[in-house]
Ligand binder design. Structure first.
Ligand code: FES
Length: 178
């Protein structure tokens, strides 16, 4: 596959560069453009970003490696980040992870043969109050997971339907109740 940006993307990149006094701060948003287009920022994509921004490949590589949100290899269309950190673990995060593995017929870290799903095990995503939870492809969170909810989510994704964003309210604590 040939990796290149089209005219529209190059115009977008020029606009991003114009926001900053120097080019380096454009690295993060341009990596996003690349990941959205190619599905990952593997070595060849990093090379393209470096060439486009006229920055050293080592710089682009360092930034891409630092953030787990950038995928350094090809992933499925939907990346299921299942949290197994403390709160999620206590609330059944591993059960959800293993159920997903069983349901999709792959191990954590693998991608289904049809290229639809990748399962990843991740650290706390800051939604501990709604455990167990997972995030889908750096986007929407799915909270209070159960096997039934996993079934629904997977069916929806197979039909191209992302779960809706759920607005969660933190419980209000009356200081007198403390
Ligand atoms: S422990 Fe899972 S979101 Fe914090």
């Amino acid at each position: 596959m040939e990796y290149r940006f089209d005219k529209e993307e190059l115009d977008q990149i020029e606009k991003i560069k114009a926001r900053y006094p120097e080019v380096r701060p454009a690295t993060l948003p341009v990596l996003w453009i690349a990941q959205n287009k190619f599905g990952h920022v593997g070595p060849k994509v990093q090379k393209l970003v470096a060439k486009t921004l006229d920055l050293p490949e080592a710089h682009i590589h360092g930034v891409a490696e630092f953030y787990t949100q950038y995928y350094k290899e090809e992933k499925g269309k939907f990346v299921l980040d299942v949290c197994t950190c403390l709160s999620c673990q206590v609330c059944g995060g591993y059960d959800i992870l293993h159920y997903l593995e069983e349901k999709l017929g792959i191990e954590t870290g693998e991608t289904t043969e049809d290229g639809m799903f990748t399962i990843q095990q991740v650290e706390c995503l800051g939604a501990c109050g709604y455990a167990p939870m997972m995030q889908i492809t750096n986007g929407v969170y799915v909270n209070h997971l159960t096997r039934e909810k996993v079934d629904e989510v997977i069916e929806g994704l197979k039909n191209g339907k992302l779960p809706q964003f759920e607005s969660k309210e933190m419980r209000k604590v009356n200081p007198q109740d403390r």
